[in-house]
Design a protein around this ligand. Sequence first.
Ligand code: CDP
Ligand code: MG
Length: 739
Amino acid sequence: GDDKYEEVDEREKQPHSEQKKWEEEQMHSASWRVGAKSGVKKEDYDYVFDEQIEFIQALRMPGDKEMTMKEKERSVSEAQKKKMDIEETRRSLPIYHYKESLVDAVQNHQVLIIEGETGSGKTTQIPQYLHEAGFTKDGKKIGCTQPRRVAAMSVSARVAVEMGVKLGNEVGYSIRFEDCTSERTIIKYMTDGTLHREFLSEPDLQGYSVMIIDEAHERTLHTDILFGLVKDIARFRPDLKLLISSATLDAEKFSTFFDNAPIFRIPGRRFPVDIYYTKAPEADYIDAATVSILQIHATQPLGDILVFLTGQEEIETCQEILQERVKRLGSKLKELLILPVYSNLPSEMQAKIFEPTPPGARKVVLATNIAETSLTIDNIIYVIDPGFCKQNNFNSRTGMESLIVVPISKASANQRAGRAGRVAAGKCFRLYTAWAFKHELEDNTVPEIQRINLGNAVLMLKALGINDLVHFDFLDPPPHETLVLALEQLYALGALNHHGELTKLGRRMAEFPVDPMMAKMILASEKYKCSDEIVTICAMLSVNGAIFYRPKDKIIHADTARKNFNCPGGDHLVLHNVYKQWADTEFSTQWCYENFIQYRSMKRARDVREQLVGLMQRVEIDIVSTDGDTVPIRKAITAGYFYHIARLSKGGQYKTVKHNQTVMVHPNSMLFEDLPRWVLYHELVFTTKEFMRQVIEIESKWLLEVAPHYYKARELEDSTNKKMPKLLGKAKAELGVVN
Ligand code: CDP
Ligand code: MG
């Protein structure tokens, strides 16, 4: 969904047991071997280790610095030919040959399922074809949803270039907290979450002639809900064309769901990809990945490399290690361009990954899952797949949500491998064993709707007037417990009444494109007269912890700078303090630099804050400040996050109040050194343990004040009382849940 994927950047690797680690270290010098699947040819070669650098230096590589300069000049003149190249590229895409028949099919059918290999041109070309065919006449738009923010931004940028228009005019994008469209926009890319939200203001999508639900196979929560919504709309808007576009696999399932809509298949090009597995599991896949990159670079013919990592932090680590090693190898190697791709990457940097690699050089793209299907980078010949991705998981028993790194599915692994075979025969190096692929990976990724908290989705559906969630047309229904829990949570927050209907508070909450808990905290700030502080805190929380910069060579300075921001109350107030000081410098870049603060994140926080302030004005909340008193601020936070309360128990550990789960304060928290008795956390991250991130100190009696229907005084004395609130008899009965 909208931002879930993209803003989650922090994690550490899951630990291996000591025994396993030892075994893995012993086996670490394992060499690649041809996997059972390919059997095309055998090419064993050893890993490159630091000790082996001499070996690489001994290799004679063509292309020295002087030549690279000349090549760079050549690539400048290439830029002038860009426009012609664009036309040529467009014609070379597999989808180009199906242009007419595709337009015909859209004209003849209201709903069409489109299936085509990733990179065949679905996302960038279909909206243009339909525009050329007249679907944007009489001022109607063509919409196209993307599960990921970066994809929406980068694809629209590409299409704007192809159409020779300025991004934001005829072609634009809209993502949470950022709308880059205008009245002139006729092709609009947006995240699935954004379209979900648009239903609130335009329930019949009247402004659109065509809606494309793209990357449908990703099965994000929002995409899944959109399926039900657009299917319904298509019934009473016969003029609306609906396209469901997906990479591979699920076409039949989509067709069945959309009353047997025809499937339009775009035969893709795919060159063979040799699959290689490691002989033994890798203890440290980032290290293994860097070693593999260098090894490919030193021994394999030119062609770009794509590496799948799980998040920004991992990508930055890998980039650092790689840069250092490349530097040590000196000029003996050909030029290696290292390019990261993740959601928070500024757009100028994003554009770089699509620039052609200068002749004689090699590009290595370090990407999150986004490069699996959402973005196609040309000329990838080698793929390195460590086999993990970051996933949001929700435990419906405990109601706890956490972000964890999990093994990918076989379907994902095959998608990733396929990225190597788009332009020529390629190679995919899996940093896991053939046995693990066969026995440890699930066949398919579980759709998000079946594994995450539905609070937000349920609130949105209720706000759309869809009360009967049991009979909502889900492609795959969510588990009953998860629905019940979402209803209970919304009831406890005051967004639903005991009939399960939206309250006035709930309606106001739905205006905010944030989690219901955060929406509640914003609304509570009105009562506690601290809306100014709360809106800043929300904006800072929304950039998800990527505020403090901690370069390896200046850790002590960075940590001292960070401590200087500490202030009574806890981490939320620290975030507020950082923002306030920055605002006092008139948003200075230099100040960020001196204080080890990430300027980019702050800039984004500022944008988000502006957006939120706008929304607050819409629901008529005045922006007022408490001028220093932190109690009202912490109470407002508690009014939203009273689910996230933990009490100090033995040995510096905490127990969550409702479920008695053991959790710890994250070492990055300012409260880590002086643990208060009662704390509220913003989120849990599972690394080596369940850690609470962004923590404030609270008083237990506030809970009775802000959530009297959820906490009983008794419970706050005795942590073993795990009774759930009595609730929603009707809603539960509807769901067939027996108490
Ligand atoms: O949607 P599908 O995977 O079928 O393909 P696409 O995203 O439309 O990509 C078609 C072509 O556009 C590929 O060759 C991409 O490399 C190129 N493209 C690009 O150059 N810049 C972008 N921001 C997105 C796509
Ligand atoms: Mg696409």
